[in-house]
Design a protein around this ligand. Sequence first.
Ligand SMILES: *Cc1c(COP(=O)(O)O)cnc(C)c1O
Length: 362
Amino acid sequence: MRPKREIHVTRPWLPPKENFLRYVDEIYASRQLTNRGPLHDELERKLGERLETEKPLLTANATLGLILALHALDISEGEVITTPFSYAATVNAVLWERCLPVFADIRADNLTLDPDKVEQAITRRTRAILPVHVYGIPCAMEPIQYLADKHGLKVIYDAAHAFGVKLGGKSLLANGDVSVCSLHATKLFNTAEGGLILVRDPQTRHRLELLRRFGHHYDDYQEPGINAKFSEPHAALGLACLDHLGEIIASRRELTAWYDQRLIGLLQRPSWPADLEYNYAYYPVLFKDEEQLLRVFQALADIGVYPRRYFFPSLNTLPYLNGAAACPVSERSARLAACLPLFPGLLEEEIEEICRVIKERL
Ligand SMILES: *Cc1c(COP(=O)(O)O)cnc(C)c1O
């Protein structure tokens, strides 16, 4: 039975309109639209409390957050070791800062950077490591930090997917020199567009705070910054979403269980530690081969269901990166990986139908 509507890999979460409008009323009262308005500061404070981290810095989006992080840590023009299994924003941030991305291959079991490969990629010119907690799965943080300390490198985590994920009771966002999370419409917790920077060193934090708003404080011009400011309407949406975060995660957990019941053992899944407090941001699967993936995708498209190849292609094969080293594990994983539709509001009968079609074509 064909689902009654088109189903995409995700659907942006929207709060009940009256909750959003309550915060919009505050904007009409304050008449402050941007430049660290009261809702901006309230959202930063509440996010720090909710994530149990230091107070984050809000930015216009996560890509600018990564660019600012590289900039504030003075990584410009050095080599940055990063993962090829991610969204293009990760490597684009490195290129935008005129750094050289050096790809280290990933682990086949959890699709995050392989620390042994990172070690092999370190040269005299290496300045930083930029790993990704892909799908919210934690990277091998201890070995990575060990290598960074040994070689005097900075660690910047692309934690775009890691909102609300905890390992050993601690937020994944509280790792590395800087961690950057995305609040884009398609992410677990969204403000339409937005990013979060987490940083502990007070000097780096101060610099990031200035860099995101042109690099000056009133008439005190310190260095050329950029405009990565986060506006009050975005903060209104964020505050309204934050009030529902528990529901959002609980709903995703339930949807995940429905998929698990029907697919367990049939499709390989990336692995994560048993004690991980996961956010259920994605439902990644790995098909046996690319033909199987394409066959299933076609059958799902025929009933109006559109999963997504996350992440394809492997970034080391992007056309503007000619000459990047081969990363066989990532290239293979990118051919096999997909995320199935997962968003609050997806019905059990829709998941039933999606899984039935998948099983028929395996
Ligand atoms: C979404 C995403 C980004 C970019 O986030 P924006 O807030 O859209 O700039 C960066 N890295 C990864 C892994 C992402 O999935």
